[in-house]
Design a binder for this molecule. Structure first.
Ligand code: NAD
Length: 261
């Protein structure tokens, strides 16, 4: 599955699932732009390692995915520095858990901005280039929580359901132009985002942290195993191949059977 000659921008790709997908795309032959809001000097070792290991061009574009102007500027830089953007993976995401009536307003707004609005901003910036070239792939990182709800995650579940809706509409609008748009819906993947949740979940469920993994997180995941970041990367790479050209507008669970129940 060669993506030689293709270029990809992956938002929120300095750790976890985003970094895994950036690695998968680069290993498949694509040149890659990494992104996060972090300081470029701190990300340089990650960027260099990925470039050295894959032999691909790997750049880092600092931009805060909660800021529409920063996202527009990042997309322009990606098109300039990579020459074009064929693949955009809207992966940046954060989490906060609290009951609806106690959910902090600033957290609600930030989660909707990063987890949902940023995908709209990158898509509107990068679709014209994809349409002109008659080839494109938009991959939106939703979640099993784009298909079902869980208590205490109102903003996250709302954003991820919104991501699935945005995916369907985008796919329909560009269906005849060689561009696909799909949502990937992972179950629990052990990344820094999930590690941070263990303490919060312990508080709201009144359980010791050690029991949260088994009794809350993996309780609904029939395989009782975390999904691997490499598995999600494999699906993202497949969606970029010609074999996947008719897969569009979907929300694909990769969740150990979670939403089958
Ligand atoms: P993570 O915390 O490991 O990584 C998040 C990435 O986003 C990091 O690179 C971080 O620097 C970046 N980021 C955070 N705020 C940002 C901002 N304001 N601007 C730019 N970048 C920012 O998280 P992860 O678990 O790898 O999650 C990645 C995506 O996958 C998210 O959209 C998440 O909702 C989704 N997801 C994760 C899981 C899971 O179990 N881990 C399950 C389903 C869906």
């Amino acid at each position: 599955m060669s993506l030689k000659g293709k270029t990809a921008l992956v938002t929120g790709s300095t750790s976890g699932i985003g970094l895994g997908m950036a690695k998968g795309l680069a290993e498949a032959g694509a040149d890659v732009a990494l992104n996060s809001h972090e300081n470029p000097a701190d990300i340089e070792p990650i960027r260099k390692k990925l470039a050295d290991e894959t032999g691909r061009k790997v750049i880092f574009l600092q931009a805060d995915m909660s800021n529409a102007d920063a996202i527009a500027a990042m997309c322009k830089r990606a098109e300039t520095e990579l020459g074009k953007v064929d693949i955009v993976v809207n992966n940046a995401g954060i989490q906060h858990v609290a009951p609806v009536h106690e959910f902090p307003l600033d957290k609600w707004n930030l989660i909707i901005a990063i987890n949902l609005n940023s995908a709209f901003h990158t898509s509107r910036a990068l679709l014209p280039g994809m349409k002109a070239r008659k080839w494109g792939r938009i991959i939106n990182l939703a979640s099993a929580h784009g298909l079902i709800g869980s208590p205490f995650k109102s903003a996250y579940v709302a954003a991820k359901h919104g991501m699935v809706g945005l995916t369907k509409v985008t796919a329909l609008e560009v269906a005849e132009e060689g561009i696909t748009c799909n949502a990937i819906c992972p179950g629990y993947v052990l990344t820094p985002l999930v590690e941070k949740q263990i303490a919060d979940q312990a508080k709201v469920h009144n359980l010791p942290p050690g029991r949260v993994i088994k009794e809350v997180m993996l309780k609904g995941q029939p395989t009782r195993k975390f999904v691997g970041t490499d598995e999600i990367a494999g699906l993202a790479v497949f969606l970029c191949t010609d074999a996947a050209q008719s897969i569009t507008g979907t929300a694909l669970p990769i969740d150990g059977g979670w939403v089958a129940q």
